[in-house]
Write a protein that binds this ligand. Structure first.
Ligand code: G3P
Length: 218
């Protein structure tokens, strides 16, 4: 499963990317607002840190405006994926951009039929928001499973990008459900490798080695 970082904070991305395990980045207007920086400037910096897809979300809600903003984003680099909302205009923009060879991430997906339309429009990624569905008592993971089934039934190549991920269990379940990508905050990324038995086991290994004076000679 690919792991994308869900943040617009270049400093945080640089820190996490040092792991060598970050395959891409997703940003959105709310995440951009949190940085207090110019959005395009942040994206330019992020594009120098991560070689994988970097989602840059349009602010325009009409087709022409989306296409104009997409042009600004794609000038940053070939690995920019233009993120458009799952609306009538967003789907039109997706179809046009994809036909021109631009990666598109269709965001704010909350139903399998929305996901099917995004795939038909040639989306590179579809972003179902798991956490926000769970928040209102719906089944976020069920949506991932349904999209997987629809895409597999018809051979759609659009990648399922599990978004609005709140904790490790979401990542685990999304991986089991066959999501292609999880986009996660760095707090969740750090939790992925933690296990109390790993810490306990390591402490015991080191204590045993110290007791018996086991050393590694170069
Ligand atoms: O990428 C957008 C998505 O991850 C938003 O997450 O936590 O604001 O629902 P959240």
């Amino acid at each position: 499963m690919k792991i994308f970082l869900d943040t617009a904070d270049a400093k945080e991305i640089r820190e996490m990317a040092a792991s060598g395990l970050i395959d891409g980045v997703t940003t959105n207007p709310s995440l951009a607002a949190k940085t207090g920086r110019d959005y395009v400037e942040s994206l330019r910096e992020i594009a120098t840190i991560v070689g994988g897809p970097i989602s840059a979300e349009v602010l325009a809600t009409d087709y022409d405006g989306m296409m104009k903003q997409a042009k600004i984003f794609t000038q940053i680099g070939k690995h920019i994926a233009v993120k458009v909302p799952l609306t009538w205009d967003g789907l039109r923009a997706c179809k046009e951009l994809s036909a021109g060879g631009v990666m598109v991430n269709v965001t704010l997906c909350f139903s399998p039929m929305q996901a099917m339309l995004a795939a038909k429009a040639g989306a590179t990624f579809i972003s179902p928001f798991i956490g926000r569905l769970d928040d209102i008592g719906e089944d976020g993971m069920g949506l991932i499973r349904d999209i997987r089934t629809v895409y597999d039934n018809y051979g759609y190549k659009t990648e399922i990008l599990a978004a609005s991920v709140r904790h490790v269990m979401h990542v685990r379940e999304a991986a089991l459900a066959g999501a292609d990508v999880s986009t996660i905050p760095s707090s969740v990324f750090k939790q992925l490798y933690n296990h109390p038995l790993t810490d306990k086991g390591l402490a015991a290994f080191l204590a045993d080695a110290q007791k018996a004076n086991v050393v590694i000679k170069g």
